[in-house]
Design a protein around this ligand. Structure first.
Ligand code: PYR
Length: 360
């Protein structure tokens, strides 16, 4: 019997004597916990976890609540996959490429060197084979995935010295998000390290790192990188459009009602759209502030981009040779990318290249 019929049949006194308080506000019947890999200080990347939680609560009329926890609160930033895999937590919000140590295939759920842009990634994931292939792979980890948003094309990071040629990368101790990019940069002589966003500033300040990349102007400014490394390079050729993802325990999802499953899917879509739009709205303003404060904006030279491209191809070929599953997903993504590049040449990119010089 539900609460309303219980009250009707037993009366308030009867309900109270049965130990059930009458509802003044809706009580959450389902409570989940979500751990993010990101700090609370970043309203863009962490904000999508909060947006998801608010939307679930609103759509369920308060009957389904998801508490959101920043990196380190419940589990470490890079402990979130284990927590979902073993059902300690119902869900996580993260950048899948943090987990390439478990399997390099994780990178395809986020970003790979010279990979897809945000638009292309959305198209591959939601209307190509991307989500299907990735969820087949994630099933080994008890995970169902949904986009948590996309950063758009990222910046190429913060350096204490200029990167005039490929030789300047040699020996550079650099923080990078993502294993395949780390392997690519290692081929160019970089001593690549992965570490959570919240730990990078201190490492730069102490000199444990010479350079770092995270996302783009808005997040990077909040993390304070411009205070310790003046040269800001572009573009981040390893993250043409990094997708963040919600990782949901298959077991926890299966236990939801059909209505709550639909709420989770809808809230994911709302949160993902919100993150991408927030990045696009905030990045130009932050870039202007950074340049105003003395940041030196520099494009990577063609030789650095070409050396990166060649090194990335070698990294992909080596993984393909070791794993047929890696090869299948990589080849599917590249075939999709070729069509996307073809179409973009006649649409967005042609329009954008005119508009960058037009006076609006
Ligand atoms: C990074 O950790 O580098 C991201 O881009 C999220």
């Amino acid at each position: 019997m539900d609460r309303r019929s219980l009250i009707k049949h037993a009366g308030v006194a009867g309900v109270l004597s049965a130990g059930v308080a009458p509802a003044v506000h809706a009580q959450a019947a389902v409570r989940w916990r979500m751990a993010s890999s990101f700090p609370k200080s970043l309203p863009t990347i962490f904000g999508s976890a909060e947006k998801f939680s608010e939307t679930v609560k609103a759509l369920s009329g308060g009957k389904f609540e998801v508490s959101v926890h920043a990196a380190g609160e419940l589990v470490p930033a890079f402990g979130v996959v284990d927590a979902v895999q073993n059902d300690t937590l119902e869900m996580a919000q993260t950048a899948p490429y943090y987990f390439t140590g478990k399997d390099p295939i994780f990178a395809f759920g986020c970003a790979v060197p010279f990979g897809l842009t945000a638009r292309h990634m959305d198209a591959w994931m939601e209307h190509g084979n991307g989500r299907k292939l990735m969820d087949e792979f994630y099933a080994k980890f008890n995970i169902i995935s949904m986009s948590a948003g996309n950063t758009g094309t990222q910046m190429g990071g913060w350096y204490r010295k200029q990167i005039k040629t490929v030789a300047d990368l040699k020996g550079l101790k650099m923080r990078l998000g993502g294993g395949l990019f780390g392997e690519t940069m290692a081929k160019l002589g970089v001593v690549a390290q992965n570490m959570p966003a919240g730990e990078v500033y201190q490492a730069l300040e102490k000199g444990t790192l010479d350079a770092t990349e995270f996302v783009g102007p808005f997040d990077d400014e909040k993390l304070g990188f411009h205070k310790v490394a003046p040269f800001y390079y572009y573009p981040g050729w390893w993250e043409g459009g990094a997708e963040l993802e919600f990782f949901i325990s298959k077991k926890a999802f299966a236990a939801l009602s059909a209505e709550n499953k639909a709420i989770v899917r809808a809230a994911g879509a709302v949160a993902a759209r919100d993150m991408t739009a927030k990045y696009d709205a905030e990045n130009p303003l932050a870039l202007k502030r950074l340049v105003g404060a003395g940041t030196k904006l520099m494009p990577f030279g063609k030789d650095v981009m070409e050396a990166g491209f060649k090194a990335a191809k070698e990294v992909f070929a080596a993984h393909e040779a070791k794993s047929p599953e890696f090869k299948k997903i990589h080849q599917d993504m590249r075939a999709f990318q070729r069509d996307q590049i073809l179409w973009s040449r006649f649409s967005e990119w042609r329009y954008d290249s005119f508009m960058t010089t037009a006076k609006v």
